[in-house]
Every structure is written in C-alpha cells, then in structure tokens.
Design a binder for this molecule. Sequence first.
Ligand code: NAP
Length: 317
Amino acid sequence: MQLRKVCILGGSGFIGRSICAELARRGVAVRVMVRRRERARHLLVFPQLELVEGSCHFAPDLAGAFNGCDAVINLVGILHPSRDATFERVHAELPALLARVCRERGVPRFLHMSSLGAARDAPSEYLRTKGKGEEEAHAAGAGVAATSFRPSVVFGPGDGLFNRFAGLLRVVPFVVPLARADARLQPVYVADVAAAMCAALDDRKTFGKRYDLGGPEVMTLEGVVRYTAEVLGLRRVVLPLGERIGTLQARVLERLPGKLLTEDNLRSLGVDSVTARNGFQDFGISPARVESIVPGYLGEHGRRGRNQRFRRAARRD
Ligand SMILES: NC(=O)c1ccc[n+]([C@@H]2O[C@H](COP(=O)([O-])OP(=O)(O)OC[C@H]3O[C@@H](n4cnc5c(N)ncnc54)[C@H](OP(=O)(O)O)[C@@H]3O)[C@@H](O)[C@H]2O)c1
C-alpha cells in the first residue's frame, strides 16, 4: 500500500510530535487537524506537513481534512474531562465518528490510540471510555482496516510522567506522599510507540489487530518517583498512602490548578499497566530502557536545579 498522505488528529500533543517526526523521517506527507493552528506551529518544522483547523467532532470538517488521505491516525485523548469534552465524547463517540467518516470518504486505513487496561468493565471512566472507543474503531466496517495501540505510560521529552514528578519533587521538600505507590507500570519510550504505529500503517499483517505496548522494565509508581529524584540529585523520602488517605489527597488535588491527581486517575492506577504480550515483538522493535533516555531530558534540569541550589547556598554563606 503506497501512502500518499496521512491525516492525524491529536497531532499537536506529546505523542503526536513523535509520530509527525517519524512520518517525516519516512518521507510521508502529513496533514494535522488542529483546533487552533498557533498551538501546533512547532510541527511546521517537518517537511510535507500541513496544518488545517477544524473541529474533530464535526463530520464536515473531518471530511474536508480526510480529503486525499489514505490513512487516519487518532491520538485525541484527555485525562481530565470538562463540560464540553467529556470522556464519553472524546474517547468513545469520537472514534465512532472517525470510523464512520473514514468509511464514507473511502479512507482505507485507521490507526487508533487506546491505552493499556482499556476495557468496558475497567474501574475508571478514562479506561472504560477508552475501551469503548477501541471497539468503535474496530467496528469501522468493510473498507476500513483498523489497528489499535494500547501503550502503558509513555515517556520521553515533554512527557507527563517523569517531567510531572520532577516538577513535584522540586517543590515538595523532604517527604513525598504518594497514593497507589505500588501501582505497576511498564514505561514505554515515545519514539518506540511512534515507530510501531508508523510501521503498521502499510503493513497488512497488522490490519484488524490490537497491540499492547510496554517498555522492557516494570516499575512501581514509587520506583518512578524514586528514580526521578535520583536523576535530579534530590533526596526525598516517598511515603506511600493508604487507600482512604490517597483518595482524600486526590479529592484535594483535583480541585487545584494543574490537577496533579484525580480520583479517576487513582482508579486507573488500580489496574496494573503491564502487558504479558508485548506488541513490539511483532514489529521487531527492542524498546528503549528508561535509564537510557530519561537522564537525557531530566538531567539537564537536574544539573540546572543543582547549580541554582548551589548558587543560593553560596549567597547565604
Ligand atoms: N501519554 C501517555 O502516557 C499515554 C499512555 C497511554 C495512552 N495515551 C493516549 O495517547 C493519546 C495521545 O496522548 P498524549 O500523551 O500525546 O496526549 P496530549 O499531549 O495531551 O495530546 C492530546 C491531543 O489531543 C488533542 N485534544 C484533546 N482534547 C481534544 C478535543 N476535545 N478536541 C480536539 N482535540 C483534542 C490535543 O489538542 P490541543 O493541542 O488542541 O489541546 C492534543 O493534540 C491519547 O489518546 C492518550 O489517551 C497516552
């Protein structure tokens, strides 16, 4: 299958950037549909990439964006719902609409980003709606070959995992209270996820399949925080919180700006984000280890932070 152009939704986000980079590397033309063009200007560094504005919830906008494309990649997702963007609307109704518009406009290929643990009976709304959305993507029907990807937590420059904990560790002195500290994760490098998805685009063996994607190591959430502190050169004690205090913490944090943790996030963490059947095997990809990538983007801040602390200490002396 010769790819002419790929349309990406959610391309302005963390994973979207890597997928655009990988497609550019492969010489594939890309159209990214965005809500606001100025928020995606950073993507214009890639050759053969165009930005079109529109609403991904509005079929005529989608039909226009899909024009001349032979594949669609859906990366749209949220961690925190709002009045206009509920989990149901973004994670479940949107893939159904995309699948329908692909069918109607004769787009033969649909790649959908789901999540490890996504299932109709999952404990969190995030995972439940992701599960529904995955089913909708695969119900696209004749003429549209769907493939979905179910990564564990994804890391890389600009991620919401190590960077988020790095931000927290810098402002919380001594002791870090942590809910669901024993949650098990299999952090996966964003460039590996992008490589697998882009390889799948024109690979018929992947049509109709769902791929769990995880990195080479399983870490607990506590392990992630400890490792982040180590990379930053910070001494912190992690204090695992029990179920009730953890829920209380989430209730408080979800009301604060930035929503560091919500009750729904906590429920998602109740399911191990670990896979026994790693899809990377099918793509011949050996996923990168955390320690080979994370110091490269956190370490810089760590050094800067250490230097600032050193200068502050020197001024006090
Ligand atoms: N990062 C992870 O650890 C991880 C793990 C498993 C699965 N996933 C899934 O992977 C996908 C991409 O994740 P990410 O980390 O790249 O997220 P991200 O950085 O937050 O990017 C999300 C993208 O979705 C767009 N978007 C969000 N709500 C939208 C709405 N209502 N209408 C239109 N566009 C909307 C955003 O556009 P704007 O720029 O306009 O806001 C952005 O381009 C998501 O489906 C996520 O659930 C992520």
